[in-house]
Structure formats: C-alpha cells, structure tokens
Design a protein around this ligand. Sequence first.
Ligand SMILES: Cc1cc2nc3c(=O)[nH]c(=O)nc-3n(C[C@H](O)[C@H](O)[C@H](O)COP(=O)(O)OP(=O)(O)OC[C@H]3O[C@@H](n4cnc5c(N)ncnc54)[C@H](O)[C@@H]3O)c2cc1C
Length: 476
Amino acid sequence: MKRIAIIGGGTSGLSAAITLERARAGGAELDYAVFEEAPRLGGVLVTERIDDCLVEAGPDSFLTEKSWGSDFVRALGLGDQLIGSNDSDRITYILVHGRLVPIPDGLMFMVPTKIAPILSTPLFSWRAKLRFAREYFQEPISRDGDRDETVAEMVERHFGPEMVERLADPLLAGVYGGSAADLSAAAVLPRFVEMERRYGSLSRGMLQARKQREKVAKAGQGSARVAPRPLFTSLQGGMQQLVDAIVPQLASGAARTGNRVVAVGRSRGKWMVAPEQGSPEEFDAVIMALPANAAGRLLQKISEPLSEELQRIPYSSSIVVVCGYDKRDLASVPPGFGFLVPRSERRRILACTFVHVKFPHRAPPDRGLVRCFIGGWGNEAALSLPDGEILAAVRKDLREIVGITAIPRFARLYRWRNAMAQYVRGHLARVRRIEELRAIIPGLQLAGNAYRGIGVPDCIASGQAAAKALLDDGKS
Ligand SMILES: Cc1cc2nc3c(=O)[nH]c(=O)nc-3n(C[C@H](O)[C@H](O)[C@H](O)COP(=O)(O)OP(=O)(O)OC[C@H]3O[C@@H](n4cnc5c(N)ncnc54)[C@H](O)[C@@H]3O)c2cc1C
C-alpha cells in the first residue's frame, strides 16, 4: 500500500487530497494523510456568516475564464451552487486625485480596444491617449529573448507611464498584492507577451483575439445569440463550500489538523514526516502544498539547492477588512463593483469591493457589504498595526473616497501573512530550476500558489497535477 503525505491543507492540498481519494475509491492501493498547521482545513478559503451576510475572509470568487475551476466544483457535486458575478452592474473606478473615475468601456485589463470611450475618459491625459493610438500601429520587434521584463516596463513601453500608475499597478495590487515594478510580465501576463511577439501591438492583438473568440462561439452556437459569461464565478454559500464538500469525502482519519509539520527526512527510500504533535510517520511520497518558503525550510536537509530556490520566492501579506452597513447609509456610494487606489494617492485601502453589488445575495436587500484590501507588497508594516488603527484608517478612507460616514453594523478584519507568492523578475526561470531539482528527488511533488498561477483554479490544478504525478509514478 502506497502512503502519501500532503503537507498543507489549503486549496492546493485539498485538491490533491480529493484526487487521491477518488483514485483510492476507484481501487488504487493507497493511503494518505493531510497535515495542516491550522485547526481547520481550507487555508485562505474562509467564509463566515455574520449579521445575515456572507463574508469572505479570503478569495471571494475566481475568474470564469479558468473553466477548470468550475469543472472542479461540478465534480464535487456543487454544480447547482455555482453563481456568476452581477456583471450588468459592473463598473470599477480608479481613484485619481481624490475622485473616482470609472474604468472606461473598451479597456481590456489594461489594453485599449475601443476608440470613443477611451477618447472621452478623464482617466488619462491627452498625451497618454495619443500614445495609446500610436501603440495600435506598433509592429513586432525583435527583443533580447532572455530579458525578463517587469510588468511596469512592458506596459510603459506600450502605453506610457500613466497606464502603469493608474491601471497596471492598482490592478496587480488588487490581484497579487503585488507591484507592477517588481512582477515579471512573462509570469503574470504571459498572454500579453505572446501577443506582443505575434502582433507587436497589444491593442491589435487583443482585438484579433476577441474576433477569434466570437467566431468560435458563433460556430459552436449556430445562429443563436451568444450570452457573455460573467467575469467572476463563485459559490452560492461562499468559497468555503469547496472545503465543506471535500472534507467529509476524505478517508476517515486522513485529516490531521492543528498539527504543524516540523521536519521531513528521507531514509532507505522512505519519507519521514515529523509533526509537532505525535510521532514521525513513514510515507512513500510527499506533496508539499504549503508556501514555498515553508517548503524550502522543510527540505533543507534533503536538497540544499532546492531549499534555497524555494526560499527565494518572495511573498506579500495583506489584510481584508469587511464592513456591514444598512443600505441607507451607503446612499453616497456610486453604482458598481468597487474601486482601485493607485499608490500615488497615498491611501491605506488598495482595493474596495461593493460586495452587495458584485454578488447581491451576499447581503439582505436592505444591507450593504464593503470589503477592503490593504497591505500588499512593500507594506508589511501594516500587518502589525493594532486592529483599531486599521479600522480607523479604513473608515477614514471610505468617508473621504465614497462618503460613508455611518458606523458599520459590524466590521471584521482578517490578516493574511505571507499568503500571496510574488512572481518577480526571473520567476519562470526559477520555477524551471525548482522543477529540475525536484524531479531528481523520488516521491516529491510541489503544489501551491508559488509556481504557475496564484488564483484558486490554478491552485486546484497544481494540487491535481501533483497527486496525478504520484499516482502515475506507481504505474511505471
Ligand atoms: C486575501 C486573499 C484574497 C484572494 N482573493 C482571490 C480571489 O478572489 N480569487 C482567486 O482566484 N484567488 C484569490 N486569492 C488567491 C488564492 O486564494 C490563493 O492563492 C490560494 O487559495 C492558495 O491556496 P494554497 O493551498 O496554495 O495556499 P494556502 O491556502 O495558504 O494553504 C497553505 C496551507 O499550508 C499550511 N501550512 C503552512 N505551513 C505548514 C506546516 N509546516 N505544516 C502543516 N501545514 C502548514 C497553512 O496553514 C495553510 O493552511 C486570494 C488570496 C488571498 C490571501
């Protein structure tokens, strides 16, 4: 009987565990255990019900485009629980000199694709708009193939510094808790890098990609009108439904919560996993589904170079603050999903979601939920501030930006220390080196948000891939 240890019980670890469980139920001779430091499984997937509202402490949804996320949810029997974001009310604002300016229609992520709305938006200066127009005619250029540019460098080359400051940086702060000046374009915007190689201009590339998508969709649907998919997908009862569906399906006794792994060793072809409580256990293989730096520390005695590479992947920390209000106290809040705040505005809040608009059923009709994201790359100090100081800063920003003066009915604060891996310059080369070093250690797999995707669907895929690789190992 093959024994597999999964270290870390977040999205990645649970997805690995359910993949192993299905193989076991299908007759594979295996046994597995999930070691999790926290008293519960799920990692950053945490949903709470507070004052009749559904409060997401970590991720609130995932990109619909990453359809394997929904496939995973369906395979868990939760297909009827999938919901889409309320895109008919999707407006996102950027704070510019203290005022909220809507992101104009026709900006796809940070690429202008429509002339009229871009020309009329006050989000950019005329100088910037002229630059966008010129970009459309950019031809593919041969570039030094080995140089890994940052997102800021790449976006500035195409659209100028205003696009970096007003859009690229705040968007990446919202998604990665990161900074455009540090994140690698090849790692976080691979589609853009490919488009640039093919078309030169990103605007032309984006328009071509859209045409192609529409053609494929039409061909698939005959003459029927193709309904656009919502941008974000979530679960009716919150992201934690994933955890609640997986945990009871795991083999009895497999979940070892509240038990941090403190050492990992190898001897005579076997792995020894030593938890903080209880005796070390012997396994045939290990899936490290915990942050890369923690995995690196555990692997120090097994492979010094692998351990070093893993520990070089940096992480950012963040705080999510969720405030519940009576709807009447939100009269001054503009319609839409929320806003992003460029660094130059010098605010505590990096991004804010009006949850009751994005996912209306998450608050009763007469209530509103406002979710703020603070901290991020280079802002570690915020994590150590007392709760009261953070809440006061958030309330001050909300008062000054969207005019909310009322005391919230409730406020909750969630600290996420070192939870978001940062794909900085050189990330993809580092991941390749990690892969090579890992591949020579028998029975070792790595999963998590540190390698090839930070979002929930990416972590699901990495857990599945790690488990499948070990199952396939057994076959050869
Ligand atoms: C605030 C926030 C908001 C986000 N929003 C979104 C979103 O809206 N959409 C989206 O797609 N993605 C979002 N993400 C990203 C995504 O949720 C995460 O990348 C993903 O869930 C990480 O899963 P994981 O299993 O790799 O890591 P984690 O969830 O961090 O799990 C790792 C686990 O390992 C455990 N562990 C660590 N060390 C040990 C040890 N020595 N022994 C045992 N256990 C250990 C930890 O306790 C933890 O539970 C968000 C992330 C954060 C933090």
